[in-house]
Design a protein around this ligand. Structure first.
Ligand code: MOS
Length: 726
């Protein structure tokens, strides 16, 4: 009953184009929306379980040394306190590290300030918090460690380097060139729902109610941390209040809750505080990026160089993939790129909101703006002139690209033709500028499974451990199954977020909808074949619509055909090696109008437009919402977002939503989004590519380029706060 599909050749059937229900692509509401906005959707920390007690985690006050809890016994004796737990299994983040990098992982040694090193459990939350705050953490035999990327040890990432042609020569001979250095600060994912877990043991079986993005991996991580078999672990995560990368891997509260619950024989609830989310989950690495561009007299790129430096803790393998889109976004035969990872003792760096392109495309697009200014041509024209025919490094074809159309159509929709000259437009005290930037993001397909059951009453159920992190999975999977089985959207129930269900790709890297959607599609195809077999007709001659099957001049309700039976199929998609044949990516373009106050340097984004192409759009409403969110993050990256680290010990000084400034409603004007029609046969049978993160990748550059247009000031050190603009 498992239908396996391997994506190793371009799709030839385009059946979603003419499904009778017409659900896929429609801007349908989320079925989970009402429960979320009325407070009836139960999030991880909201479960009330009989006998449940509460844990609060404790942070390290310093960045090096052996951890000891000086007044442990006194705290253990405080009212209501049940346990003070310091355990080597209390991993900081097993997803991002290596299991054998023992010192950096354990709770007995501190390696960054804010590292979570103990858990205090009490009968109620207030008692646990009071006791946790009373615990005196002492670090012994600490070393002086570096927290400064400028002095940290460098590890070149050889696998990321490109050296093609002669960039130095191209720069020397260029009619026009730029050689610029930009820096971007660390960003926090800042999900609205803090990380939280409730652990319950039943004998040797652990159930964790948590808030995670990729459950099959999280289950393995948790089992690995506890030293038990993954079969013993069930994670339930039906609603996730945002992740943005910080919930891709397990966070410390999950392991802590599981250890405490086992030790106490009671359910234990642990939620990170907002400061703990900022200090001890994941940061995007700060970056320093040098971009070199050389062009001929017509503005055709002859060379492109991109050298980046990022950081992480010792022993961590993740290096912000800054160069990811620089490999393919623009032509230019002389290419040189490098990525350096420096080792320092700030909190762990990991995936945050479009890792790589969010800051890499942004800086590349600033450099392109600098080049356009240098040459004296329109920034859109410069991009159009340098769209590569094929992947400029490998020579492979693009699986699909509407980059050109996004630039042209976006410029038209925005009214780019009215762009003022440099420092030309002023309205009272406000200087007005226009800016633009390209968008680009890699596209991926991941292994994923889903079970679809056509029930005796003619309705259907979709089941997978896929998550909906606010992105619209509940809506999209129902639309795909509805179209494939000829059912109205509300005749399909979608059940998500439970490792007891078939394992999916999870939500990450913009692959979630396409990967889990394909598994649903594959299962539905198998159901259609079985129905056809039952009716003794060829599957192509079977038309399913409104819960009825039409074939051989007759129409019958599905419930009659099923006659009390159900048909269940498991769809299983695995990626093939299509990446050997083609380059898969998504493209777009942003346009922004800003007003900069002539006296204060304050920047207000007045309007912003994005045109994007990401293959078939599965739900025009949820896709648009993803782009709105992405562009909003772009406003944050451009103007306000910055994690501040104390230079003395590397601790995060702005560890809350009041001081880490993400854009609020007043900062976000009316944004407009255009989704271009596109199909990608190489992506998957749905012909859909990922759109979740595309709207972030480069968005900030449209704003900072607009600031230059308004003021003549290039801010090369993000964010462009008023002190840098004035
Ligand atoms: Mo994303 S940063 O891969 O959740």
């Amino acid at each position: 009953m498992t239908e396996h599909f391997k994506m190793d050749a371009p799709a030839t059937e385009h059946r979603l184009d003419d499904m009778a229900q017409g659900l896929v692509g429609a801007p349908l509401d989320r079925p989970d929306g009402p429960s979320k906005v009325t407070g009836t959707a139960t999030y991880a920390n909201e479960w009330q379980i009989e006998g449940m007690v509460h844990g609060v985690m404790v942070r390290s006050p310093g960045n090096s040394g052996k951890v000891s809890l000086a007044n442990r016994d006194a705290v253990a004796a405080m009212p209501g306190v049940l346990a003070v737990i310091q355990d080597d299994r209390l991993l900081r983040n097993p997803a991002q590290g290596t299991a054998d990098a023992a010192p950096i992982q354990g709770a007995r040694h501190a390696d960054y300030t804010g590292q979570l090193i103990a858990l205090v459990v009490a009968e109620n939350f207030e008692q646990a918090r009071h006791a946790a705050q009373s615990l005196t953490v002492v670090l012994e035999n600490g070393e002086t460690v570096t927290v400064d990327p400028d002095t940290a040890a460098v590890e070149p990432q050889e696998g990321q380097a490109v050296d093609q042609g002669d960039l130095g020569g191209a720069m020397r001979d260029a009619a026009h060139s730029v050689d610029v250095v930009y820096s971007t600060p660390s960003h926090s994912s800042s999900p609205m729902e803090p990380h939280a877990s409730i652990a319950t043991w039943d004998g040797d079986d652990l159930t964790l109610r948590g808030s995670y993005q990729m459950l099959k991996y999280n289950r393995n991580e948790l089992a690995d941390a506890l030293g038990i078999h993954p079969d013993r672990v069930r994670i339930i995560s039906p609603f996730v209040g945002g992740g943005f990368g910080s919930k891709l891997g397990l966070s410390p509260e999950a392991v802590a809750a599981a250890i405490a619950a086992q030790e106490l024989g009671r359910p234990v609830s642990v939620a990170l505080t907002r400061p703990q989310v900022y200090e001890a989950t994941m940061r995007r690495s700060e970056t320093r990026q040098r971009v070199r561009l050389s062009a001929d007299g017509d503005g055709r790129l002859t060379g492109l160089g991109h050298d980046a430096r990022v950081s992480n803790l010792p022993g961590e393998t993740f290096a912000e993939p800054v160069l990811q889109a620089s490999h393919f976004l623009y032509a230019g035969s002389n290419r040189q790129m490098s990525l350096d990872l420096v080792r320092l003792h700030r909190m762990c760096a990991g995936s945050v909101r479009a890792p790589g392109e969010a800051v890499g495309v942004t800086v590349l697009e600033n450099a392109m703006d600098e080049l356009a200014h240098e040459i004296g041509i329109d920034p859109v024209a410069l991009r159009l002139r340098n769209i590569p025919e094929t992947d400029p490094e490998s020579g492979k074809d693009f699986s699909s690209s509407r980059f050109r159309e996004a630039l042209e159509s976006g410029a038209e929709a925005f009214g780019w033709a009215d762009r003022p000259g440099l420092k030309e437009r002023r309205e009272g005290e406000w200087l007005i500028g226009y800016g633009m930037a390209s968008a680009a993001r890699v596209n991926m397909l991941m292994e994923s499974q889903a079970r679809v059951t056509l029930l005796p009453d003619g309705t259907a159920r979709v089941e997978t451990d896929m998550t909906d992190i606010g992105t619209g999975t509940y809506a999209i999977l129902g639309q795909i199954a509805g179209d494939m089985l000829g059912l109205p959207r509300d005749a399909v129930t979608v059940v998500l977020g439970d490792t007891g269900l078939p394992p999916s790709a999870g939500s990450g890297g913009s692959w979630g909808a396409a990967s889990s959607g394909t598994s649903v599609y594959v299962a539905c195809e198998a159901i259609r074949r079985q129905l056809a077999e039952r009716l003794d007709v060829a599957e192509p001659d079977l038309m399913l619509k409104d819960g009825r099957a039409t074939y051989a001049n007759q129409t019958q309700a599905l419930s009659d055909i099923l006659n009390g039976d159900e048909i269940a199929k498991l769809g299983h998609v695995t990626p093939g090696d299509t990446s050997k044949a083609v380059r898969q990516a998504t493209f777009g373009a942003y346009f922004a109008e800003v007003a900069v106050h002539a006296a204060t340097g304050e920047t207000r984004v007045r309007r912003m437009h994005g045109s994007f192409a990401a293959g078939r759009i599965l739900n025009a409403k949820t896709a648009r919402s993803q782009c709105l969110g992405g562009m909003t993050f772009g406003i944050g990256i451009a103007l306000t977002e910055e994690m501040a680290f104390d230079p003395r010990d590397g601790h995060v000084t702005n560890h809350n939503l009041a001081e880490y400034h993400i854009p609020v409603n007043a900062d976000v004007p009316q944004l407009t989004v255009e989704l271009l029609e596109e199909r990608d046969d190489w992506a998957n049978p749905l012909q859909a590519k990922g759109i979740g993160e595309l709207g972030i990748c480069g968005a900030a550059a449209a704003i900072t380029n607009a600031i230059f247009n308004a003021t003549g000031v290039r801010v090369r050190d993000y964010p462009a706060t008023l002190d840098k603009v004035i």
